[in-house]
Design a protein around this ligand. Structure first.
Ligand SMILES: [Zn+2]
Length: 201
């Protein structure tokens, strides 16, 4: 972006004053959602990677829907391809978070207030936060220590925020969503380890 070059004569000191701000055309002011990462994410360690607005439902949760579930997914795609899918308005799919296999890096793609389309079940979409994990259900090498650790920290933070019990009734796999034909996260996902980590995160 050329924002800085567009206002070369305005010093930082002058920008901090209201009068100077008034002289800057509105269009040049940073969009808080597109700008600083920290301003956009609900979970500070996450990097904002917006899903297409065609792939989720804007909402004001938990004002209109109680959030009482975390739903665990495995992507069956690479991290990069998953971000591209969430960003593609034709795909009609998204999740709030995506955790990268190699290092546990967390991307946030949908705000927690909004309803991501990940469960394949409207009721479960409205009541949950969806977390995707880079990997394949039949390739357990993708479920690295870093992925478990960073995902557990994220789920622990979500549970604390919405007072969700840290147990298997409330932290569920996509395969447990009523009516789904999805099998993720699959038999290689270590639930005992994961729930323990969420409780001690
Ligand atoms: Zn899934």
């Amino acid at each position: 972006m050329d924002m800085d070059r567009a206002r070369p004569r305005l010093s930082r000191r002058r920008l901090l004053k209201g009068a100077a701000l008034a002289a800057v055309p509105y269009a040049l002011l940073p969009d808080p959602r597109a700008g600083a990462q920290g301003a956009a994410v609900d979970y500070p360690p996450a990097e904002w990677q917006a899903a297409s607005g065609s792939n989720y439902t804007v909402s004001v949760r938990p004002g209109d829907y109680t959030i009482d579930r975390v739903i665990i997914h495995v992507t069956q795609e690479t991290y990069t391809d998953t971000l591209a899918i969430f960003g593609n308005p034709q795909k009609k799919v998204s999740a709030h978070y995506l955790v990268r296999s190699a290092d546990g890096h967390v991307a946030q793609c949908v705000h927690e207030t909004d309803i991501a389309w990940h469960a394949g079940n409207w009721s479960y979409n409205t009541r949950s936060i969806g977390i995707e994990h880079e990997g394949w259900i039949d390739r357990p090498a993708y479920f690295t220590d870093a992925l478990y650790e960073e995902s557990a920290k994220l789920t622990a933070a979500i549970c604390a925020k919405y007072r969700i019990p840290r147990d298997r009734e409330h932290i569920i796999g996509h395969s447990q969503v009523p009516g789904t034909d999805h099998t993720d996260p699959g038999p290689n996902w270590d639930w005992v380890r994961y729930i323990r980590m969420v409780n001690f995160a």
